[in-house]
Design a protein around this ligand. Structure first.
Ligand code: MF3
Ligand code: CO
Ligand code: CO
Length: 254
């Protein structure tokens, strides 16, 4: 069952979503060569607590940190560690907050120092695919239109869409129905309705879509070692479109 949230519930969720977006803005100047992913985790953790919120990943199904940090060929669920980021690395920070019981979930792929050309192209295409998907979300569209939009843009570029992870309904729960696939067919799946809240979070590989999960049981990496990029927003369906709950007014960079 896909839950329908009331306007009042969406107001609650918006607070959490805005905070998650603020974390991504706050952390950006700290993402520099030499910083460890653990240091980034700790800054985000403190910021979230100081805003009377909870970092949802911490202890979620045993996840040991407060944010996910996924570097280069890491697709998602990277665990912050003493790894130092280097010039030219690409790193995704995935932030999920809980404010008064409501979740907000967003992620962004950053460059450390100067971007490499091929990485920049992959990152830009991933960001564009998310925006194209957001643009089709409205009452009466089908859930499958989201994945179809992403897939039909990404694959002709020679990139691939990760299949094993998807977007998700969100609210009082971190992950609820529906599963939002980033590939699929137009016109398939349930009809979208006002009051649904879910994430879209395409993971796009430079090479093949296949992955493996490392010994830590969390970090998913590309099987062929190619780069992977991701962006994520939480949105709610409005009467004639959608609101990107994790986008702050005036920001177009994510
Ligand atoms: N934030 C991730 C998502 O977008 C989920 C992370 S689960 C965790 O769904 F346990 F790794 F935190
Ligand atoms: Co998510
Ligand atoms: Co997330």
């Amino acid at each position: 069952m896909i839950q329908i949230k009331s306007d009042e519930e969406i107001n609650q969720m918006r607070k959490s979503c805005h905070l998650a977006a603020e974390v991504l803005i706050m952390i950006e100047p700290h993402i520099k060569p030499g910083v460890t992913t653990q240091a980034l985790n700790d800054i985000c953790h403190e910021y979230i607590l100081s805003h009377n919120a909870i970092p949802a990943p911490l202890n979620y199904k045993g996840f040991p940190r407060s944010i996910c940090t996924s570097v280069n060929d890491e697709i998602c669920h990277g665990i912050p560690s003493e790894r130092k980021l280097r010039n030219g690395d690409m790193v995704n920070l995935d932030i999920t907050t809980i404010v008064d019981g409501w979740h907000g979930d967003t992620n962004k792929t950053f460059f450390v120092g100067s971007p490499r050309k091929q990485a920049q192209k992959l990152r830009d295409a991933t960001h564009t695919s998310l925006q194209m998907a957001i643009d089709v979300v409205r009452p009466g569209a089908h859930l499958g239109d989201i994945g179809a939009t992403i897939q039909s843009y990404i694959e002709p570029l020679g990139y691939s869409v990760v299949r094993e992870f998807c977007g998700h309904g969100i609210g009082r729960n971190f992950h609820e129905e529906p599963q939002v696939l980033h590939f699929g067919k137009y016109g398939k799946g349930p009809l979208l309705q006002k009051g649904m809240t879910f994430t879209i979070e395409p993971m796009i590989n430079q090479g093949a879509p296949h992955l493996k999960v490392l010994e830590d049981n969390w970090t998913a990496v590309t099987l062929d070692g190619s780069l992977s990029a991701q962006f994520e927003h939480t949105l709610c369906i409005t009467k004639d479109g959608c609101e990107v709950l994790t986008r702050l007014e005036g920001r177009t960079d994510f």
